[in-house]
Design a protein around this ligand. Sequence first.
Ligand SMILES: Cc1cc2nc3c(=O)[nH]c(=O)nc-3n(C[C@H](O)[C@H](O)[C@H](O)COP(=O)(O)OP(=O)(O)OC[C@H]3O[C@@H](n4cnc5c(N)ncnc54)[C@H](O)[C@@H]3O)c2cc1C
Length: 397
Amino acid sequence: MGHDAIVVGAGIVGAAIARALARAGMDVVIVDRGQPASGTSASCEGNLLVSDKPPGHELVLAQYASRLWRVTAGELSDQLGPSFPAIEYERKGGLVVATTEAGASALSRFAAAQRDAGVDAREVGDPYAYEPELTSEVSAAVYYPDDAQVQPTVAAEALLASARAYGARVMTGFPVTGPVLDRDGGLAGVRSGSRTLHARRVVVAAGPWSAALNAKLGVSMPVLPRRGELLVTAPLRQRVFHKVYGADYVGAVESDDGGLQTSSVVESTRGGTMLLGSSRQRVGFDERLRVDVLQQIAAKAVHLFPFLRDVAVLRSYGGFRPYMPDHLPVISADHRLPGLWQAVGHEGAGVGLSLATAELVRDLMLGVPPALDAAPFSTERPSLLPHLDDVPERVIV
Ligand SMILES: Cc1cc2nc3c(=O)[nH]c(=O)nc-3n(C[C@H](O)[C@H](O)[C@H](O)COP(=O)(O)OP(=O)(O)OC[C@H]3O[C@@H](n4cnc5c(N)ncnc54)[C@H](O)[C@@H]3O)c2cc1C
């Protein structure tokens, strides 16, 4: 007798899925090779953004996720009580800022297209009323009231605690090394060395390591690690009240360029420190922090907020975004191996998109109509099919 589902990967995506399935009455086990929330979900920022997404399928998913976070933040706090650390959900709003005339017209066009897609994107006449410390060089700014943030590691832990309360089992120290196959060649569980776990469905939620995990299960999946680094300042007297980023950030998110890109993303945390992000670079799983990258991040943050020139940096860290070649996560049953499900490739938006991903997986598994069109996230979508047999370099670790 097996479980209804095994979720592999206890990052924020796997945690959200385990919670959604257990809450729907399924018998779920979530396994991780290490500790919960110890992968990318512990080395990222916690932005829940609609502002950085152009009209399209990812934006639709983000809009759905934004609504879910509003409800789920309250549910988690009610369910887990005051002794559980706060997930720090804050609907603080985002302010996107251009500092050149070309940047201003690009931002204005981008925001107009988003408005047509239902995003609340407000052109701002006086950006200094929002952020008094901004550079005097602002040429245009757009305010997005629906942008929010959470503390991502705590949010992942909270989703796991909630999943447990609904009956899910969490197993750590369980590196999946291979499949358990049934007589017909379908997936019937997973192996970790000589240990086996049986289930009719196995969900891959292994973040940037999903290509390696899929390879162990017998299929390819072109998820590549895309490095990102950040600086954290010492606690400051000054505050940045919104999530503020330079208009070039959107271009970096959408880009396929494997070379170094940095864009300015600045936000205050509840503890008074400021997070200064971020970079995008394809360097495999190389974890070294790079001075040239951190220098560029710092310079762009200072350009946006000149007072940052004199503040102390407390630390820096980096992580690996799970990058997909067609810039969309895969959230579906895998047509190539019965029993296998994918919840991978969320790149720089996995925290934000986790709850919507979980609802989609749950609805598809239960055979109920999902809240949004699932086809764009399928393993069979035309933009992914040509890449399915790519063997990504340097990802098998
Ligand atoms: C610098 C940076 C900033 C970011 N900022 C944001 C942001 O502001 N907002 C946002 O939404 N997203 C952001 N992201 C992206 C976000 O962090 C990811 O999309 C998200 O964390 C992915 O979550 P996950 O659960 O899929 O993967 P992970 O958190 O990486 O979890 C995967 C888990 O799988 C486990 N695993 C792997 N292989 C195996 C195996 N063989 N057996 C068992 N377990 C296995 C790992 O141990 C890990 O715990 C950022 C990323 C970076 C790097």
